[in-house]
Design a protein around this ligand. Structure first.
Ligand SMILES: Nc1ncnc2c1ncn2[C@@H]1O[C@H](COP(=O)(O)OP(=O)(O)OP(=O)(O)O)[C@@H](O)[C@H]1O
Ligand SMILES: [Mg+2]
Length: 251
């Protein structure tokens, strides 16, 4: 198991956003989290990435406790995410946004780079190499020099995914990357996500509203409702679960 979550709780004043959540994520798989609006899906991502602090529970990544770590420490462990609301530098190019995504992998400080030119230069080369690999992988060559803010929403979403991928994560959290996309863009996105798993070998946790995408590409699904886990298992099983049908799939 790559990620193990035990008895996780999250409260905001009187609201319980996550209530005693327990699950494990298997390495090399696509695990999906579904549930109605406000179910706690993004909160869960925010707990894993250290943006929200939980007072109770444990989140272990490759055996290491994440609770108590700062977001930058967690991203150094090679956990990357996309944001539900695209969080890019709008005035910069696609390429520069992806290079900034490598920020956490840059090891030499400015002082260090002054002393050890060689190390800084080889990091810069490695950054460029990875970013170009990601741009190629996501078929974004023709947009790489474009200013992100001027690009269609679907391409901005793809850039958001590219930014996360550029840090070469072990675990990638994807939050509603296909929302606002048309059918063709959604299909492309599903294919990219499958390829990220199969070709790059990256473990994925997917939050997604499009049930076709979910049922097509997930190895495992967990269903949240009002901050509680109401079901989990392989897609065929979850699809038939009476509680899931009642509270989420509808009728
Ligand atoms: N910073 C916050 N302060 C107070 N309440 C919050 C905060 N963040 C989330 N919540 C609440 O926690 C609950 C879960 O929110 P969350 O964003 O995780 O839902 P979600 O499952 O991602 O929904 P959606 O599908 O709409 O994105 C909601 O009731 C939300 O209002
Ligand atoms: Mg959300």
């Amino acid at each position: 198991m790559m990620l193990e979550i035990e008895s996780l709780w999250l409260n905001f004043g009187g609201i319980t956003a996550l209530s005693d959540i327990n699950f494990s994520i298997e390495e090399g798989k696509i695990s999906s989290i579904i549930g109605p609006n406000g179910a706690g899906k993004t909160c869960l991502f925010n707990c894993i990435t250290g943006i929200y602090k939980t007072r109770m529970g444990s989140i272990r990544f490759l055996g290491r406790e994440l609770v108590g770590l700062k977001p930058y420490q967690i991203s150094k462990l090679k956990i990357a995410r996309t944001f539900q609301n695209v969080e890019l530098f709008n005035k910069l190019t696609v390429l520069d946004n992806l290079l900034l995504g490598r920020h956490n992998s840059i090891k030499s400080s400015f002082l260090m780079s002054g002393i050890f030119w060689g190390k800084a230069c080889s990091e810069e080369t490695e950054n460029r190499r990875r970013v170009e690999e990601v741009i190629d992988f996501l078929e974004m060559e023709k947009w790489s020099k474009h200013i992100v803010g001027n690009l269609p929403y679907g391409i901005q979403k793809r850039t958001e995914l590219g930014r996360a991928l550029s840090m070469n994560p072990k675990l990638l959290l994807i939050d509603e990357v296909s929302s606002g996309m048309n059918a063709e863009e959604t299909e492309d996105m599903s294919r990219f996500i499958l390829d990220i798993k199969e070709e790059m070998g990256i473990t994925i946790i997917l939050v997604e509203h499009d049930m076709r995408v979910i049922m097509d590409i997930s190895d495992w699904i967990m269903v949240l409702d009002f901050g509680k886990k109401i079901a989990d298992g392989p897609p065929e099983e979850v699809k038939k679960d009476p509680m899931v049908i009642r509270s989420y799939l509808g009728g």
